[in-house]
Ligand binder design. Structure first.
Ligand SMILES: Cc1cc2nc3c(=O)[nH]c(=O)nc-3n(C[C@H](O)[C@H](O)[C@H](O)COP(=O)(O)OP(=O)(O)OC[C@H]3O[C@@H](n4cnc5c(N)ncnc54)[C@H](O)[C@@H]3O)c2cc1C
Length: 397
């Protein structure tokens, strides 16, 4: 993506207005048939990734969807890719797998395609598209979360290039990854001006992964701490240019915030359809519970949140593809989709009564899976800071 991704205005309009667009439906049908895993309950408890599902998604061309064909991708325009990811979320109940796939397509690959040298693209993109390689994005540290540029991970120039030292936390797909995008500072006193981004191979000496860290939801996406202990790098490892890390980070966040929740928006629609169906079949006081106004209004709210999330998703995509990406639009899209999914998952749980709370029906799993969305990619507070700055707030933090 040296230039903005292509987009077809007619398709964008269709995506905005047609909930049942054929591209989305086709992917949803494929995912419902191919990404069904009888073992999901056990893997969710055990925090286990599903390599078989990953391989099927790769064979289906989903992982390389937006990468250009010269580098092994499918060359999809951004609207097609989003419709496919919505369909993935609708059809695939393993939200951890969908999240793992989303991080590749909306964070890893666009950064390498946009900032990578020809050699880096040739080395990594074909494998990242055909699923034989996996990537992970490393910025957060134990003491540097929202305050990203206070990071302690440091690169020190030496005769052969740079030596990298530090530990990154909560790295999605860290235990599985073959290549890491790593942000490091030359000197933390330099703030954002001191940051450089590196592509680091898992096999490099001094790279080690901590154990998979169990978490509330998305338990089938492994994540861990990754330590870089005296890792020797050279100019060929720099992604972008030395000192341009803040720009790489900014590009990553804009795309991640706007688009990484596309699959989750698809899952919201499945949750709504399922909750509506349940409300019409479950009877209390001699009538379907859908007839109670309290229940029907909850369904209407779920519909509203899902619709708003989609509209903001595709608005961000159109802005992005026109070459006028908007931090504000991305932040609004992230707040709407992440908080909307939490609220709707609670509504789904309440509507199912005790069936929503016990684990055997998978209703409570949705709530656990979506809770992380208000944290990763920048917390809801941080997104509101961005929006407030656009409204004239002066404070930088
Ligand atoms: C499922 C999941 C996947 C993740 N994947 C990755 C990954 O692949 N790579 C990676 O590098 N990181 C990843 N992270 C980490 C994530 O990016 C951070 O958790 C996030 O940026 C918040 O940082 P923190 O957890 O240190 O919280 P903190 O920054 O310590 O925030 C704590 C609280 O303070 C509030 N706060 C902090 N600063 C401000 C401010 N300026 N204004 C208002 N409120 C503020 C926050 O909103 C929050 O409520 C992941 C996290 C999760 C949950």
């Amino acid at each position: 993506m040296n230039s903005p991704p292509s987009y077809d205005p007619e398709l964008a309009l269709a995506a905005l207005t047609d909930l049942h667009h054929p591209i989305k439906l086709k992917t949803a049908e494929w995912a419902a048939a191919e990404l069904v895993d009888e073992d999901l309950d056990r893997r969710d408890v055990a925090c286990e990734f599903w390599p078989g599902g990953w391989a099927r998604a790769a064979d289906h061309g989903l992982i390389g969807s937006m990468v250009d064909m010269d580098h092994g991708g499918g060359g999809d325009d951004i609207i097609t890719a989003l419709l496919r990811f919505e369909g993935l979320g609708y059809g695939c109940e393993d939200a951890g797998l969908a999240f793992a796939l989303s991080t590749q397509v909306w964070t890893m690959q666009p950064l390498i395609q946009r900032f990578g040298s020809d050699e880096q693209k040739a080395a990594y993109l074909p494998g990242l598209c055909d699923g034989s390689l996996k990537g992970a994005f490393c910025i957060t540290e134990a003491d540097s979360g929202s305050d990203t540029f206070s990071m302690a991970t440091q690169f020190e120039p030496n005769d052969q290039g740079f030596v990298l030292n530090g530990t990154k936390s909560y790295v999605t797909m860290g235990p599985e990854a073959d290549v890491f995008i790593v942000f490091a500072t030359k000197d933390s006193a330099l703030g954002q001006w001191g940051i450089t981004t590196f592509l680091v191979d898992r096999r490099a000496e001094g790279v080690s992964m901590g154990p998979n860290r169990p978490k509330m939801g998305l338990r089938t996406t492994p994540f861990c701490d990754v330590t870089f202990d005296g890792v020797q790098l050279d100019a060929s490892n720099v992604l972008g240019t030395v000192g341009s890390g803040a720009s790489v980070f900014s590009a990553a966040m804009e795309a991640e915030r706007a688009f990484v929740l596309a699959a989750q928006i698809g899952a919201m629609e499945r949750q709504l359809d399922q909750t509506v169906a349940f409300s019409h079949s479950r009877r209390q006081f001699d009538q379907a519970i859908a007839e109670f106004q309290a229940v029907s209004h909850r369904l209407a709210e779920m519909k509203l949140r899902h619709d708003n999330s989609r509209l903001q998703l595709y608005r961000s995509a159109i802005l992005f593809a026109r070459g006028t990406p908007s931090m504000e639009a991305a932040a609004l899209a992230k707040i709407q989709a992440s908080e909307g999914a939490v609220a709707s998952s609670l509504d789904a749980l309440l509507t199912h009564g005790a069936r929503g709370y016990v684990t055997e029906f998978g209703i409570e799993r949705d709530l656990r899976n979506v809770a992380g969305g208000v944290v990763y990619g920048g917390t809801s507070d941080v997104q509101r800071n961005i929006v407030a700055r656009m409204l004239g707030r002066k404070g930088k933090r």
